[in-house]
Design a protein around this ligand. Structure first.
Ligand code: HDE
Length: 741
């Protein structure tokens, strides 16, 4: 007979130690039970025939726990697998009520929402900052049912017909024989496919722009992409496009930062959203519509049903219809974020689909995907998917049915359940977009979808010089990763058609000048006015709201100065974090040990928007002997960040190759305000070409930038005005400091 295990009670009676020294925490409040509610006395040891085994099959607690664990994962989304979500509220301003009878668009209507952001190509456990499109899906729990606006952070799409979606996704995902690359478009199959699909050229321009490497999920625009229909109470339809505009404005990281951030913090975007919400800095977006009046449909040079085209804001201004604020992180990631099921066909009365062939195909795909992911037709009963308004129908049974319906009737019409659900005249009605009489059954692409280059060209020409340079670099990076030369030369042919300056710059940067294939477009591109609204930098207005400033400190640092910096930075709405050689902190000149938020190797400067380099002389040897400290400073400089520096930092600045410019500010209590202003104005882009070799390659956009119309519009310069007037560079031995006058 095995002996009963020896048990000893701890002093406070809330724990005991088992025979093997294992900890048994004892219930003082809630009792641990099986899924059947049976209290569990030992969750540390399985049932055995003797202390050393064998294990017994009759241990139903062990069997239940392991079986549940074995089934914990469900199929991840085939696209948009990696996502982060939050709850919030949408408040309408009433402007949309003119066009739609949807109750949630009525003035002051307040609607709970759930918003999930995602990357597209990678798996659920992949990094947050690949070059990729971001999903922007919002579920409105309206009083008339759920409305899902399942959009992206880019207003156009790669393909025109849903039939091509599996091909696109197969091409971008890891290659099937080798299982890599994870989460990256820079490989042969993606570029092979898109280079054979001229319709993807416009979207490629966006995907190779800084929009595809956002600084934060809170700093992204969102788009419904397709044309939708709003319908008012009289049944009058209006075509619209949906836009989300972030109150924190758009911001992107640089490509080099994206690469390094992926190593430093794989969860960079998820953590940022979580931290902001936990801190009460709730992100918000305005929802706007672009109204397409019927008489302007013909005037627009493209087909409004073609999802590879956008409507320039300059011609179709945004009408704000309400504001969404995200203020609550989900309680449980799996139950809410993972099990949320979005669907472009979740519509409410007053919002309808257009005939866009891409949108039409999505209507099938999303239900089908939920069936495989969530296991059956009752996914609408999961709390995250359930409408918050009354829901009644005669559907019954099926996998994982939760609702216990009563009575003998499960059909209608019926006379046996007189109080049961019935049709209503105020229910959803589908209004045809136009008369479909005499329609044939055909497999053709409309000729009106045939211009694949004009808007791609417009996008490129609407960018600032800095943004054009980044696009050139992105194409150069991605195409240089290809093994098959023929795909490179084909893509160069497309870039030539989009804009000769773009094609030439990329070819030169790749050392492939003159090797572009000659391609003939299906339709000759037309010249369009540039649209400054497409540029991130041209419309940026200085702000430090929601940003993060990092201060590198070391022993002997000036605590009063750092405290004042913290106060000024937080007053401007940003976070302020300390980085030191040791996590325990650094000792200030006045002898106080101040704990750090990050160890220098664990909190690289790439995770901050602006930096302070404020070590004391006593800590300098520790920093100079640490490669991560030198990289911290040299990266901040190379990423064009505004830097506040103290004189004691000079040896480190020299070691890191920091050169004086208007963004390197000597920090004293008098220059704090100047530093905050400079940091709010964004990066010192003028520095970029002097620090990054291949980026010196100009985009050479010697194209007609701007036009009479575009020039007359107020469009800020590419680079924010320097806060401190630049001085001529000094000889290398002189301090890399700039005094604020
Ligand atoms: Fe999706 N898409 N998609 N998509 N999509 C999915 O549905 C699909 C498209 C978008 O956070 C899947 O529930 C087809 C455009 C987002 O859960 C799937 C086509 C746009 C999300 C699917 C498209 C999107 C998805 C996978 C070609 C921008 C994530 C998981 C017509 C307007 C939603 C799921 C979330 C997810 C199909 C094209 C946005 C497979 C067939 C265009 C934001 O059903």
């Amino acid at each position: 007979m095995p002996k009963a295990p020896r048990r000893t009670r701890s002093e406070d009676e809330s724990t005991r130690t088992g025979n093997g020294g294992e900890l048994h925490q004892q219930a003082t409040d809630q009792v641990l039970t099986t899924n059947q509610g049976v209290p569990i006395s030992d969750d540390q040891n399985s049932l055995k025939a003797s202390p050393r085994g064998p294990s017994l099959l009759e241990d139903f607690h062990f069997l239940e726990k392991i079986t549940h664990f074995d089934h914990e994962r469900i199929p991840e989304r085939i696209v948009h697998a990696r996502g982060s979500a939050a709850h919030g509220t949408f408040v309408a301003n009433g402007a949309g009520a003119k066009y739609s009878r949807a109750g949630f668009l009525a003035k002051t209507a307040t609607t709970p929402v759930f918003c999930r952001f995602s990357t597209v190509a990678g798996g659920a456990g992949s990094v947050d900052l690949p070059r990729d499109v971001r999903g922007f899906a919002v579920k409105f729990y309206t009083g008339e049912g759920n409305f899902d606006l399942v959009g992206n952070n880019i207003p156009v799409f790669f393909i025109q017909d849903a039939l091509k979606f599996p091909d696109l996704v197969h091409a971008v995902k890891m290659e099937p024989d080798r299982g890599f690359p994870q989460n990256a478009s820079a490989h042969d199959t993606f570029w092979d496919f898109v280079s054979l699909m001229p319709e993807s050229m416009h979207m490629l321009m966006w995907a190779m722009s800084d929009r595809a490497i956002p600084r934060s999920l809170r700093m992204m625009e969102g788009f419904g992409v397709h044309t939708f229909k709003l319908v008012d109470a009289k049944g009058t339809s209006t075509f619209v496009k949906f836009h989300w505009r972030p109150s924190l404005q758009m911001q992107s990281v640089t490509w080099d930062e994206a690469v390094k951030i992926c190593g430093a913090d794989q969860d960079f975007h998820r953590r940022d959203l979580f931290t902001a919400i936990q801190a009460g800095a709730f992100p918000s977006w305005e929802l706007a519509i672009q109204v397409i009046e019927e008489d302007r449909i013909e005037e627009f040079p493209f087909d409004i049903l073609d999802s590879t085209k956008l409507l320039p804001e300059e011609d179709f201004p945004l009408l704000v219809v309400g504001t969404m604020t995200l203020d609550r992180w989900p309680d449980n990631f799996f139950a809410e974020t993972e099990q949320s099921a979005f669907h472009p066909g979740h519509l409410v009365p007053g919002i309808e689909l257009s005939d866009d062939p891409l949108l039409q195909g999505r209507i099938f795909s999303y239900t089908d995907t939920q069936l495989i992911r969530l296991g059956g037709p009752n996914f609408h009963e999961l709390p995250i998917n359930a409408p918050k308004c009354p829901m009644h129908n005669w559907q019954r049974d099926g996998h994982q049915r939760h609702e216990i319906t009563t009575g003998r009737v499960s059909y209608e019409p019926n006379s046996l359940a007189p109080g049961g659900p019935r049709e209503t005249a105020r229910g959803f009605v589908t209004h045809p977009a136009y008369d479909t009489k005499g329609a044939a059954k055909i497999r053709v692409r409309s000729e009106t979808f045939a211009d694949h280059y004009s808007q791609a060209r417009m996008f490129f020409r609407s960018m600032t010089d800095v943004e054009q340079r980044h696009i050139v670099n992105a194409f150069t990076f991605e195409l240089s990763k290809l093994e098959t030369v023929a795909i490179r030369t084909r893509m160069l042919g497309h870039l030539e058609l989009i804009d000769p300056a773009l094609g030439t710059s990329v070819a030169e940067a790749m050392g492939m000048t003159g090797q572009a294939d000659t391609l003939t477009p299906a339709r000759k591109p037309i010249e369009l006015q540039p649209s400054p609204a497409l540029s991130i930098l041209a419309k940026f207005a200085p702000t430090l709201q929601g940003r993060k400033v990092g201060a590198l400190i070391a022993d002997g640092f000036d605590r009063a100065l750092v405290d004042k910096l913290r106060a000024a930075v937080t007053a401007a709405g940003a976070m302020f974090e300390l980085v030191a050689p040791k996590i325990g902190g650094a000792t200030s000149a006045d002898g106080k040990l101040v704990p750090a938020d990050h160890i220098v190797s664990g909190g690289p400067s790439v995770i901050f928007d602006a930096v302070v380099v404020a070590p004391g002389a006593a800590g300098m040897p520790a920093l100079l002997g640490e490669a991560a400290a030198k990289a911290w400073v040299s990266d901040a400089f190379a990423h064009c960040k505004v830097m506040a520096v103290v004189p004691a930092a000079q040896p480190l600045l020299d070691a890191a190759g920091v050169k004086p410019d208007e963004g390197v500010i000597e920090i004293t209590t008098k220059t704090i305000a100047a530093f905050v202003d400079a940091a709010a104005a964004g990066r010192i882009w003028a520095r970029e070409t002097s620090v990054r070799g291949p980026d010196k390659q100009p985009a050479k956009a010697a194209v007609t930038k701007g036009s009479a119309t575009a020039k007359s519009k107020k469009s800020p310069p590419a680079k924010p005005a320097p806060v401190i007037a630049p001085k001529p560079p000094k000889p290398p031995s002189t301090p890399a400091l700039k005094k604020r006058r």
